[in-house]
Design a protein around this ligand. Sequence first.
Ligand code: DX5
Ligand code: ZN
Length: 219
Amino acid sequence: MNSTTPIIAPSLLASDFSNMGDSIRKIQEAKADWVHFDIMDGNFVPPITFGHKMVKDLRPLSKQFYDVHLMVNQPEKHIDDFIDAGADNITIHYESTTHVHRLITSIKKSGKNAGITLVPSTPASQLKELLPFVDLVLVMSVNPGYGGQVLIENTLEKVSYFKEIREKMGYNYKIEIDGGINKNTFDAARKAGVDVFVMGSAFFDEKNPDDLVKWCKNR
Ligand code: DX5
Ligand code: ZN
């Protein structure tokens, strides 16, 4: 398995929206590492979740790494708002805009981390030209838009692909996985080469999320 300790990133998508402050505290008490914000515009994906104000209002509550996943069309229109709101990483979908390289570069110029992600039907090779510039590659292991789905097995091959390229070319992006990650799928994802594990329902449906985080960190 990987040498580094797994990074656990609970997704607020699966939390109680009527009490987001509590959700942040839950993530802190469980000693998870990142907070994953699933931003959905009702366009790129059918549901609408929340916008940059959620990041801004929750920023003072935690020092954890705020990991923003933009499932929105024309992300270029929203980047500055999320930078100002206090995001630490902003991940955009390859399929959501034409000038991806330009957008990744402008996120980096702001001093924030820049991530790229792809839906399950987009081949991993499509990201080749972007890999030298990104800090994070997010492999969607479900079709974006909904929590609580089942992991799509062959997306793990993309994880191995990005791991091999990183080693061969000396890139230093982290590999993150998002969708259907729980105690049954964690080991396969880790073996494929995942560094950062997004968990929505597995974390927030769990009675003792701190035990889950401990379990993951000891795998
Ligand atoms: C899909 C979302 C979900 C969520 C994780 O657009 O990105 O993948 O974060 O949901 P679970 O962990 O419940 O599959
Ligand atoms: Zn996500």
